[in-house]
Design a binder for this molecule. Structure first.
Ligand code: ZN
Ligand code: ZN
Length: 576
């Protein structure tokens, strides 16, 4: 095939199919749950629609009359002009609920209100022309008696000065809770060119005159007491110092032809926090005055008005079917199905499944490639059934490195056959084989990390490995070691088995080939099939035992090299 690079290639993922009723039914039931969830979200949140936000305008009309007894004024009837305050704000209305009246104020000079921090002893305490944030006028420079007990500075101001600071309790206009308000709300969704009003087309004048919030959630006329009660407050308490109440109108419109629905929903909430109101500057108040001329002199009546401001807030959106939105939603949900894979893979990996099956699945699924720089070694101790995986360390001796994971021992079928051959009649496993304690000079002082007493000291930490974890006899001293690893006829047969027509090189080359083949035999015996992602490490005692049997004439050995010792080719070529 002509080479045309990446353009002529297509890569696709390789899949592993596990034949299992349990996993199959788990997969399909999880997929069904996900599909159900997706459909519910689609219908519940109307994900198939495109949405537009509301644009709105609000007007209000408050109605009601109250008769009250104002101190110093007498019986007064308040109507909408009096209690709505002087100005109408956008999207909100104000109702006066309490008031402090100071009558017949004239421009003149009078003593300041007597308060602890305003008292004076002589004229020296009152600087002429001075004023501060709390004063009601400009100081004239004299200190006057303001009442029987105390003296305060005289000021030029509207006299007499308003003296009361605390609002009357109960509130003078508490009966305002029976006032009603008509809220008119026009909305528009520009994207769909849709217009609507909260006074619905089917509402006629008779309906509006009689409807009540309690029985009809759509009635656009509200009693102020009901509004405050639904906001979780008590009108009579709130009326004393005033506050702010939010009237929330929510439009959630579905403009699809079959399921068309577009109605307002009203809810109420206190906006100024009640708790913080208890401390400083509580409630809501402002002052206004009414002016008149008496005998050619201008006089005014000052009102400090406390009241409740009602802010109308409109939220909302309208949705209409959009094919593009539907496609986008379906596309965005496809990734949810990956949850099934993640979940089942996790289940296989955990103890919910048998460790053996999990190991087989993950080996089929994952192919490991080892980075040569970060070599992982596998270690087999004669007094442990499992194989340990350890990271190669430049400082710590291999015997003491902590394992990163533990793998089960996996039998090498080929090697088992060799063992069966070994047990054929004629070959005797002699427990009292000779040479067991050869080269006593090596065993004189075993290093500290050695547990079998037959290892040799090394300058390389990765060569510092014993055949066992705990104290005991050495694997190299076992009769099977002689038979499986060291026996010359077996090693020659293995070399010939791999390459039947080769002639073994004579002399030095032959010894090296046999030595490396003996290493390979040891690995097959002790590790079975070594893990793919790790290099088997041979204990020092075994390495030296093999080297004694098949020595290098110049005494030079290549030492430990991380490459696959089990590799037939490497063994035959004597690379190691
Ligand atoms: Zn040892
Ligand atoms: Zn040993």
């Amino acid at each position: 095939m002509p080479c045309c690079g990446v353009l002529c290639q297509y890569e696709t993922n390789k899949l592993v199919r596990i034949q299992s009723v349990r996993l199959g039914s788990l997969k399909w039931s999880m997929n069904a749950i996900i599909l159900l969830f997706i459909c519910m979200m689609l219908l519940w949140n109307r994900k198939y629609q495109e949405f537009d936000l509301v644009v709105s305008s609000v007007t209000t009309k408050v109605k009601g009359v109250v008769r009250t007894q104002l101190p110093g004024v007498g019986d007064v009837v308040w109507d909408v002009v009096d209690y709505s305050g002087p100005s109408q704000e956008k999207n909100s209305f104000f109702v006066v609920t309490n008031v402090i009246v100071t009558k017949n104020q004239k421009q003149g000079k009078c003593p300041e209100v007597s308060r602890k921090d305003r008292l004076c002893r002589s004229d020296k305490d009152c600087e002429e022309g001075g004023w501060d944030q709390q004063s009601h006028g400009i100081k004239t420079g004299s200190c006057l008696k303001s009442n029987v007990l105390s003296k305060t500075c005289e000021v030029s101001a509207w006299c007499p000065i308003e003296s009361r600071t605390n609002p009357p309790r109960p509130a003078l206009l508490a009966a305002a809770e029976n006032f009603t308000v008509l809220i008119k709300n026009n909305i528009r969704f520009p994207a769909f060119n849709f217009i609507r009003r909260n006074i619905l087309p089917e509402m006629n004048e008779g309906y509006l005159r009689s409807c009540q919030r309690n029985g009809d959630a759509l009635c656009p006329i509200f009693r102020l007491g009901d509004i405050v009660r639904e906001a979780g407050e008590k009108f009579s308490e709130m009326a004393v110092e005033g506050g702010v109440i939010g009237i929330l109108i929510k439009w959630d419109c579905n403009l699809d032809r079959l399921t068309r629905r577009c109605l307002p929903r009203y809810s109420f909430r206190r906006l100024d926090e009640k708790e913080s109101n208890r401390t400083l500057y509580p409630g809501l108040n402002f002052r206004f005055a009414k002016y008149n001329m008496v005998n050619g002199v201008e006089e005014r009546t000052l009102y400090k008005a406390f009241g409740i401001r009602f802010d109308v807030m409109v939220f909302g959106q309208a949705g209409k079917f959009s094919f593009i939105q539907l496609i986008i939603y379906i596309g965005s949900t496809l990734s949810y199905y990956a949850l099934t894979t993640v979940m089942i893979d996790w289940l296989i990996g955990t103890s919910c499944y048998s460790a053996e099956d999990g190991q087989i699945y993950s080996e089929k699924k994952v192919e490991s490639v080892v980075d040569k720089q970060k070599c992982v070694l596998c270690v087999s101790y004669v007094d442990e059934r499992h194989i340990r995986l350890v990271k190669r360390s430049q400082k710590k001796s291999l015997q003491h490195v902590k394992p990163t994971s533990v793998r089960p021992y996996k039998e090498d079928g080929g090697h088992l056959r060799a063992v069966v051959c070994l047990l054929q009649p004629g070959i005797v496993v002699d427990p009292d084989a000779p040479d067991r304690n050869r080269s006593p000079e090596l065993r004189l002082r075993p290093p500290a990390w050695c547990k079998c007493g037959r290892c040799a000291a090394s300058s390389l930490p990765q060569e510092e490995l014993c055949c066992r974890r705990g104290d005991g006899s050495c694997v190299a001293s076992s009769p099977l070691f002689e038979q499986l690893v060291l026996r010359r006829p077996l090693l020659e047969a293995v070399l010939l088995y791999r390459d039947p027509l080769s002639s073994l090189p004579a002399g030095q080359g032959q010894t090296a080939a046999l030595r490396h083949c003996a290493y390979g035999q040891y690995v097959s015996w002790r590790f079975g099939v070594p893990p793919d992602d790790a290099q088997p490490a041979i204990p020092s005692c075994c390495v030296w035992r093999v080297r004694e049997e098949y020595p290098s004439p110049d005494g030079q050995y290549s030492g430990f090299r991380p490459a696959r010792m089990a590799s037939m080719q490497a063994c035959a070529n004597g690379e190691l």
